[in-house]
Design a protein around this ligand. Structure first.
Ligand code: SF4
Ligand code: SF4
Ligand code: SF4
Length: 321
């Protein structure tokens, strides 16, 4: 490379695009980035091709930011390619860090997903009679498409990851801080979660905490909230005690419960198990039937407990015969 600018790449795997928008949300800071870095590959914003990355020398890139989970063989191929070409690989956002929202698909099977999308899709008039094949012959040519995997993986399940930047998406302030730290060579030890805190969200939440005793759980819109009291104490399931702080307590400060997108709090092995343990411990009853009734008001226990991290959990996926 003729100049000394940082050489960076950004890529999306199984993603919604929100993480790329989070980078753009850094506003004019992106122009500061352009002063110190060449963006060599960014499919959502720059017309780079895979062959451009393939042609790079090993470790030619200084940093690659990978957002999105690994859902198919194309995601895995680009993850391995960027790993080979980059000195530093950052898992950017909840999907790359923990499997994210796409990881909730690990509750079902590839066959059920294909059946719902292509064979018996209630939202379209005429369903097809076949599902995508990885190889199709057309006019004596072979058309190949990526293989849809049986489950969703985190980035670290397929390649070694140097840093994890949590959040769905990461807060723009954190993106600025981390890119700034990279530009100045001030990143912490490899393997660290960056742009976040070593505390739990509850530690930083200013809502009042009293004795937690709950006889009824509610969805946020079902009750008139006390704006100063802990949401969990009001029967609204909030993942703050199981979740790493660093987002600025965005959701509870806006009257919404934390859903856990910053991932497990430090020293928490399984974020969902920790949340379920916190929820169970505040149920104010010793009668099994009543406990069942109280807990049944939580409509989607897996969705609450593992909203952003089922592939990162001890279970990783539901077991199907
Ligand atoms: S972490 Fe959130 S914002 Fe980023 S790609 Fe995944 S779902 Fe979208
Ligand atoms: S459970 Fe939620 S609302 Fe309650 S203190 Fe923790 S973060 Fe705040
Ligand atoms: S409060 Fe929870 S869900 Fe909301 S942004 Fe912060 S970590 Fe994510």
């Amino acid at each position: 490379m003729a100049d000394s600018k940082l050489q960076i790449a950004l890529y999306w795997g199984a993603a919604c695009g929100g993480c790329d928008v989070a980078v753009l949300d850094t506003d004019e800071f992106i122009l500061e980035v352009a002063k110190v870095a060449d963006i060599r590959f960014w499919p959502i914003a720059v017309d780079g091709k895979y062959r451009d990355v393939e042609a790079m020398a090993p470790l030619e890139l200084d940093v690659a930011f990978f957002n999105g989970a690994v859902r198919n063989s194309e995601n895995e191929h680009i993850a391995k390619l960027l790993r080979a070409k980059s000195k530093t690989l950052v898992a950017f956002g909840s999907c790359a860090h923990l499997g994210g929202i796409p990881g909730l698909a690990n509750q079902t099977t590839k066959e059920e997903i294909f059946d719902r999308a292509y064979l018996h899709n209630p939202s379209i008039d005429r369903n097809g009679d076949t599902v995508p094949l990885t190889v199709v012959g057309i006019n004596s040519e072979e058309l190949r498409i990526p293989e849809f995997y049986r489950r969703v993986y985190r980035l670290q399940d397929v390649v070694e990851v140097d840093y994890f930047l949590p959040g769905c998406p990461p807060a723009p302030d954190q993106v600025r801080t981390v890119i700034g730290a990279i530009a100045q060579g001030k990143l912490p030890a490899r393997g660290s979660v960056v742009g976040a805190s070593e505390r739990t969200l509850c530690d930083d939440c200013t809502r009042k905490k009293k004795e937690k005793k709950v006889r009824e759980f509610h969805r946020p819109w079902e009750i008139l909230q006390d704006p100063e009291l802990c949401l969990l104490e009001q029967g609204i399931v909030c993942a703050g005690s199981a979740t790493r702080s660093g987002c600025g307590v965005r959701c509870p400060n806006s009257g919404m419960p934390c859903r856990g997108c910053y991932g497990p709090a430090p020293n928490v092995v399984d974020q969902g198990a920790k949340l379920l343990s916190a929820v169970s411990s505040i149920v104010d009853s010793r009668d099994p039937e009543e406990i069942e009734r109280i807990l049944s008001a939580i409509p989607d226990l897996v969705g609450y407990a593992y909203r952003f991290g089922l592939p990162a959990s001890l279970m990783k996926r539901s077991v199907h015969p």
